[in-house]
Design a protein around this ligand. Structure first.
Ligand code: ATP
Ligand code: MG
Length: 247
């Protein structure tokens, strides 16, 4: 599972990026294979979101190469719900827009799109809030709505930038479990940004630990679930220590 034997879905090779006078990324290489869950773990401000913005083709990079094999969805770190639309219309928006484009058949009218996303509201803890506006939601709920919108957009390759960052620990744990479960069912490829070591260990097949700015890869860890699990907390503690020492 954690080897490179599967099809490579994201291949970032020696990417560097500089903003005017600041070096942000230095020779970043990250590979993610089909069905893998890979985390990028690094300190605040080191350049993690910049990596995603480059992968999603939103910003340029200075050198290196990027190959993407499939369809991407991207959950931004900051929630971007439209204030004048209800929660259900925010969530189903990606399914209805771009009707005229070449994938016309993939897109639904408003009613079909609402039907499609409705069933997920329970799992995402948003049941009963379908017809509220974002301003009526808590921070965590906004984040879950944002997450749900990313999920319905496309679950081939998902880029998740700190999706659990603003959630309380109870909600966070249940959302993490839900994500793992869904991932196993649909075989999504997931690249996650986090600065939570426990979260990275719990969710990932592999973790890239990156340094502070300019970000470079410090070390790659393969998380063998037979070795790192709740029955072997000592192994997890050791790994956490090793990761902490790198950060
Ligand atoms: N458009 C920009 N122009 C100039 N500098 C930028 C720009 N965007 C980001 N930066 C700088 O690049 C560095 C990395 O930013 P980035 O948002 O990628 O960090 P991050 O690791 O995602 O941080 P956080 O953990 O706080 O989310 C920061 O020093 C930031 O100030
Ligand atoms: Mg960020």
């Amino acid at each position: 599972m954690s080897s490179y034997q599967n099809k490579v879905k994201i291949d970032i090779k020696n990417v560097s990026k500089r903003y005017e006078d600041v070096d942000v990324l230095e020779n970043i290489s990250i590979k993610v294979c089909e069905g893998e869950f890979v985390s990028i773990l690094g300190p605040s401000g080191c350049g993690k979101s910049t990596i995603f913005n480059i992968v999603a083709n939103l910003i340029d990079y200075d050198s290196g190469s990027i190959d993407i094999n499939g369809k991407l969805s991207y959950m931004y770190q900051k929630d971007l719900l439209l204030p004048h639309k209800t929660v259900i219309d925010n969530v189903s928006l990606p399914l209805t827009i771009m009707k005229e484009k070449k994938h016309r058949n993939d897109f639904l009218n408003k009613k079909e799109a609402r039907e499609k996303v409705k069933n997920y509201f329970d799992t995402f803890g948003l049941l009963g809030y379908e017809n509220k506006y974002p301003s009526e939601l808590s921070g965590g709920m906004k984040q879950r709505a944002n997450f749900l919108r990313t999920f319905v957009t496309c679950n081939d390759i998902m880029l998740l930038d700190e999706p659990f960052g603003a959630l309380d620990s109870i909600t966070k744990t249940s959302m993490q479990k839900w994500l793992l479960d869904i991932k196993n069912k649909v075989n999504s490829t997931i690249l996650l940004i986090t600065h939570d070591i426990d979260e990275a260990i719990m969710l990932s097949n592999r973790i890239y630990v990156i340094s502070k700015k300019p970000a470079s890869i410090k070390k790659e860890f393969i998380i063998d679930k037979d070795y790192y699990n709740d029955d072997n907390l000592e192994n997890i503690m050791k790994l956490k220590k090793e990761i902490l020492n790198l950060l």
